[in-house]
Design a binder for this molecule. Structure first.
Ligand SMILES: [Zn+2]
Length: 209
């Protein structure tokens, strides 16, 4: 991929810096977190995507003079990317009342696929598979989603050649698995479920939708 994706452009536009004293460089920070080089457990694409998007949201808030307290930002971010349309509309109205255009926020958010490409292609990063043996579960999920994305892209390329689909290079494909508790219609992205405290009221375990 060329020099500079959506993440590079946004990092420039908002002058994003890393939240550690070790480095100011956001790319270096993303690589360290992704590979777990700092001794902490390595983060997957989903976690890093969420982190990046929350940084962006924080900048929108700051520029508009809106309170950027972590707890508030976290819960509003969840609402903005969540499935609950009423809750999302409520938060979007509230943003608008502070002079933040919710459409611009939505447009700025990056997808998991973009983060994956940024780390692998823009930064030429690779994750040493011998580290974090205990993290094979998340790796397996990442690998499965990457494979799904690749196969979907191949199929769309073929459809595109037949004139049945636009050029897939101009389309962002974001593969995300949703999970929900049995009998509960409310779904959340698997990445969120893994990052947070996903619990079912009755301990029947989770159901991959
Ligand atoms: Zn990039």
């Amino acid at each position: 991929m060329g020099d500079g994706c959506k993440i590079d452009a946004l990092a420039d536009r908002f002058a994003l810096t890393a939240p550690t004293s070790a480095t100011e460089d956001i790319d270096e920070y993303l690589l360290v977190r992704w590979r777990g080089d700092d001794g902490r457990p390595a983060d997957g694409y989903g976690t890093l995507t969420e982190w990046f998007n929350k940084q962006l949201l924080g900048h929108f808030y700051e520029n508009a003079g809106r309170e950027t307290l972590g707890v508030r930002l976290d819960s509003e971010y969840e609402a903005l990317v969540g499935e609950d349309e009423l809750l999302r509309a409520e938060v979007e109205d509230d943003l608008a009342s502070d002079g933040i255009d919710p459409a611009r926020v939505r447009e700025a958010f990056v997808s998991r696929s973009t983060m994956r490409r940024h780390l692998n292609d823009c930064l030429n990063g690779n994750k040493d598979s011998s580290t974090g043996e205990s993290d094979w579960e998340r790796r397996s999920i990442d690998l499965t989603l990457d494979m799904a994305e690749g196969r979907i892209r191949d199929a769309l390329s073929s459809l595109s050649a037949k004139g049945a689909f636009p050029d897939p290079d101009s389309v962002e494909i974001d593969v995300e698995v949703q999970v929900r508790c049995v009998d509960d219609p409310y779904q959340i992205p698997l990445s969120e479920a893994l990052a947070g405290s996903f619990e079912c009221s009755e301990s029947r375990g989770s159901n991959v939708a």
